[in-house]
Design a protein around this ligand. Structure first.
Ligand code: UD1
Length: 423
């Protein structure tokens, strides 16, 4: 296992290119199961989660070719499909559950292991399965696997009211509905940019979808989908993460490919905290306005609210802001595992259920800390940039799931950071 060593206290300057979105790519890739013709994704991020999805799709009978150092994923699923998604692959990543809808739609059956993923909460699949059952599927849980079957003649369109705007369930139902008989309406659908990106790609493949980006999505089923080429949308979470680097350490950094409309609620909080974000021709420029940062309160919500995937990184920023900030986590029940690690660096944080209260301190101090999940890991690197002395973040394999070339990107703006192999 590798560690990352950060030496803090240095102002940052330069540019950071932002990759294609991990979460978009992980839902675009299973869309290949819906068609016999090839689907090519450009601007794919180079991440271990994408390799895991590649492995999973290959195990189901797809051919996947990575080109241009992994930035292009060409997939084809013209032959026979295996409909069993095995535990050994699925356990590595919750997004593996995104093969369920496409397999049911194309093959009429799917056996999908219940997923693993980050240890940030229970993350059940009832919204996915209830939606598919409303479309006529029968689903049983046996030996840790969901056994799903479509009715004779295939899935049928249905009106589905989600109890919560689940991102994954919206994606699964949207994909399943593209090949169902009749019209499906998803009410209280998720509105994340990754949903719109998936809908754009499915439309290129011949699907009939309207309303994506709003709380009600309508999908008119078609007989078949064809091939397409699609660029993956910019990763708004990687963008927000790197925007926090100059906010935390000082200096000015330009994020190539960044757009405010991907991340508006987050930019508003940065503005209140005392950070300026300006649009440039190439992306976004971020710097501190002046003086010490101010505390801000944050509540995580489905898009267009403040993203849960930026909560840990925002907490790292608020550790050294003047005053008291309250962070409320409303999406996942166990997502403050970074707090005890930040406290080891001198932060003053109290966690009470889904609420963390951060009393700003003048300075953080470097310390050995441990990454507990993907976003928590990068929050510790950010905290390290602001800290006095050396921070050693261990268990960084979590980072490789969601941040490509993390050391190179931070070093490119003068951060003192290196990756070392542990003994
Ligand atoms: C996706 C993102 C993840 C992000 C999350 C919320 C991907 C690959 N991952 O995860 O990075 O943090 O959206 O923005 O895109 N829930 C249920 N039943 C279900 C489904 C979900 O109770 O059937 C609950 C979950 O336990 C969780 C909440 O709903 O508390 C959010 O889950 P969801 O929106 O489905 O997130 P994911 O799609 O898993």
């Amino acid at each position: 296992m590798d560690s990352i060593i950060v030496n803090g206290g240095k102002e940052l300057s330069g540019v950071i290119p932002i990759a294609g979105a991990k979460n978009a790519c992980l839902t675009l890739m299973p869309a290949t199961l819906l068609s016999e013709e090839p689907l090519t994704l450009t601007n794919a991020p180079r991440l271990s989660d994408i390799k895991t999805m590649t492995q999973l799709l290959e195990s189901l009978g797809a051919e996947v070719t990575s080109m241009q150092d992994g930035q292009v994923q060409a997939m084809s699923c013209h032959g026979a499909i295996n409909h069993v998604a095995e535990y050994d692959i699925v356990r590595k990543m919750r997004a593996s559950n995104l093969v369920l809808g496409p397999l049911l739609a194309r093959e009429g059956q799917a056996v999908v292991s219940l997923p693993g993923g980050c240890a940030i909460g229970a993350r059940p699949m009832d919204i996915h399965t209830n939606g598919l059952e409303a479309m006529g599927a029968t689903i049983e849980l046996k030996d840790g696997y969901l056994h799903a079957k479509a009715p004779m003649g295939g899935l049928k369109g249905a009106v589905i009211d989600f109890p919560f705007a689940s991102v994954g369930a919206t994606e699964n139902i949207m994909m399943a509905a593209t090949l169902a008989k009749g019209t499906t309406v998803i009410n209280n659908a998720a509105r994340e940019p990754e949903i719109v990106d998936l809908a754009d790609c499915l439309r290129k493949m011949g699907a009939q979808i309207e309303g994506d980006g709003s709380p009600s999505i309508t999908i008119q089923g078609v007989d078949r989908l064809h091939g397409a080429t699609h660029p993956v949308v910019t990763d708004r979470i990687e963008l927000g993460t790197y925007m926090l680097a100059p906010a935390i350490a000082g200096g000015e950094v330009e994020l190539l490919g960044g757009r405010i409309n991907l991340i508006e609620a987050f930019c508003e909080k940065l503005d209140t905290a005392g950070i300026s974000v300006t649009e440039t021709e190439r992306g976004l420029k971020v710097a501190r306005k002046n003086g010490r940062l101010s505390a801000v309160d944050v509540v995580t919500e489905p898009f267009p609210g403040f993203p849960t995937d930026l909560q840990a990184q925002m907490m790292a920023l608020l550790c050294t802001a003047e005053g008291t900030s309250v962070l409320e986590e409303k999406i996942f029940e166990n997502r403050f595992m970074h707090a005890p690690e930040l406290i080891r660096m001198g932060a003053n944080i109290e966690v009470n259920g889904g609420t963390a209260t951060v009393h700003g301190v003048n300075r953080l101090k470097g310390a050995p800390v441990m990454a507990t999940d993907l976003r928590a890991s990068v929050s510790l690197i950010l905290a390290g940039l602001a800290a006095e002395g050396e921070t050693r973040v261990s268990r960084v394999y979590h980072l490789d799931r969601g941040y490509e070339q993390v050391v190179r990107k931070f070093s490119g703006v003068d951060a003192q950071i290196e990756r070392i192999k542990d003994e």
